[in-house]
Design a protein around this ligand. Structure first.
Ligand code: DAH
Length: 344
């Protein structure tokens, strides 16, 4: 009997099934109701009391060995092949991962920068916390101008004087900083965030984004302004987009104008976006007021210039038809992931 058990033990230790069927055969052979172990226990009943003690132990150990081997192999056949496949099957597709998308305002800003860069404009930036001089006074705003009102502007420090500090209400402040710190010619665009004391709604927000433009040199004329902006619009909204200039007023430009483009949605036929007029306003512009040049230490007899300012949300709206301004700052991924990424 001992010799037999030794032989079976060797067989069990060496056993390595190729599949689940072979393992099942093993189970039936050793552990089944008519299997070897059952048989050995039957034989065990017939041995004499002397042998019973030593043999009982050997038999039990053998039974445990068979059961442990079976349990181990069973677990390996259940989880093993999958792991094995994953390790070896090089044809399995890789894990997909989500690629982010650019914010629509970034898309628009980059596009605007690209167009003006090709015309030789550089990009400049200035601080969002601004003093009265750069945001208002140097830009020729009279003392009592309504924009200086608490109702319109977020003041950080207000003494009704030159040392007022506020969140900038427009990017025109960057013009002043640029002209103060350099010598003409200047040819720059200045993108950035601006703040106004407005109640938040679909049509107004307390912060938004602008791009300012400035070109100062000898002999810069209104014709240069018109041609530059005309070219910009053809590049941004496509060839054939019409422009029109309407007289307007800004303290820092003279003459001043607002520029409309033929509606980018209905191409001028009339729709909701253009309130059935066929035109939409996209920016303010004008010839830099000589007072502004002088305030920045530039000889207004020698140099002239033009400036313009546009709201980026407006430009994005006309490109992507985004009807609610709040969407731009809510970071809702369902909104954000609709915009094509430039990285692909
Ligand atoms: N700063 C003006 C605004 O916030 C926009 C603007 C108008 C900028 C005319 C200019 C300009 O440079 O010439 O509404």
């Amino acid at each position: 009997m001992q010799a037999q058990i030794d032989q079976y033990t060797a067989e069990i230790n060496a056993f390595s099934p190729a599949n689940a069927d072979e393992l099942e055969t093993f189970r039936i052979k050793f552990l089944g109701t008519k299997g070897i172990i059952k048989d050995l226990f039957e034989q065990f009943k017939t041995v004499g009391p002397e042998e019973k003690r030593t043999f009982g132990k050997v038999l039990n150990q053998f039974k445990q060995l068979a059961e442990a081997k079976y349990a181990e192999l069973k677990e390996a056949t259940e989880s093993g092949p999958k792991t094995k496949d994953l390790e070896l099957d090089l044809t399995l597709p890789g894990d997909g991962f989500e690629v982010g998308s650019r914010h629509p305002l970034s898309l628009v800003r980059n596009e605007i920068i690209d167009i003006f860069k090709r015309l030789g404009f550089v990009v400049a930036e200035g601080p969002e916390i601004e003093d009265d001089w750069h945001n208002f006074s140097a830009l020729n705003f009279p003392e009592e101008h309504p924009a200086r009102d608490m109702q319109d502007t977020f003041f950080i420090k207000k003494n009704a004087g030159k040392d007022d500090i506020a969140l900038r209400t427009h990017t025109s402040s960057v013009q002043v900083r640029m002209m103060e710190h350099g010598k003409p010619p200047f040819r720059a665009i200045m993108p950035g965030r601006v703040y106004r004391n407005e109640a938040i709604s679909a049509r107004a927000h307390c912060f938004f984004h602008q791009v300012e433009g400035l070109y100062v040199d000898e002999n810069v004329s209104f014709a240069d302004l018109k041609q530059t902006l005309y070219h910009f619009v053809q590049e941004l909204y496509g060839e054939g987009t019409k422009v029109r200039f309407r007289p307007s007023y800004f303290p820092f430009t003279e003459p001043s104008a607002e520029m409309d483009v033929s509606c980018t949605i209905c191409k001028g036929a009339g729709c909701n976006m253009c309130k059935y007029s066929g035109w939409v306003e996209i920016l303010g512009c004008g010839m830099v007021d000589p007072n502004v040049l002088e305030n920045c230490g530039i000889d207004s007899k020698k140099f002239t210039g033009f400036a313009f300012g546009m709201g980026m949300e407006r430009i994005a709206n006309l490109k992507y038809v985004i009807r609610d301004l709040r969407l731009f700052s809510e970071n809702d991924v369902r909104f954000l992931k609709q915009f094509q990424t430039e990285m692909l």
